[in-house]
Write a protein that binds this ligand. Sequence first.
Ligand code: IMP
Length: 190
Amino acid sequence: MDGLKAVLASRNRHKARELERLLPGWTVEPLDRDDYPPETGATYYDNAVLKARFGRAVTLGERWVLAEDSGLEVEALGGRPGVLSARYAPEGPPAVAKLLGELEGIDDRRAHYTSELVLLSFDGRELRGTGTLDGRIADEPVGSEGFGYDPIFVPEGQERTVAELGNEWKAENSHRARAAQALLEALSRS
Ligand code: IMP
């Protein structure tokens, strides 16, 4: 669908920019509020719905609302940080350094990114798209594009990190790109 104007129930401008690239013709405007509800959901989907409903309430049901919850699951850590990825290192070393520290001496570097997108229409219909990206955690951070864990995430079949592969690569291949594609398909069927 072309020309859809949505608010993104998130303060994360990186995500809004990525989503705008991924949803051709859409305008994705981040909803900059400081009263988001705590992300208490057990799953990415639960948290995405929480954010989407909050976005719908504060825009009085007058806008399409997009919400995304995502994270990184590391096999050797039993799937952590997972839904807690954004809050993995609230104090102390940055998240990337903390994760590398936890994985020191561990050979199993397998990890997955997951993105869960929820779109609420004016009339409250809910559409959903999920995407994942498999890969492994590098030994040290490399690269400058993307955000978050991208400097240490090497996608399956690649030798370089997402931060080296860059934003254009992400727009074609990332977990968020796959979730956006699934959402567009759900929208075209609705
Ligand atoms: P959320 O805003 O609660 O969904 O937080 C998602 C967190 O997962 C981010 O703050 C990052 O730590 C991590 N994450 C999700 N997607 C990506 C990505 O594409 N690159 C790097 N880190 C990501």
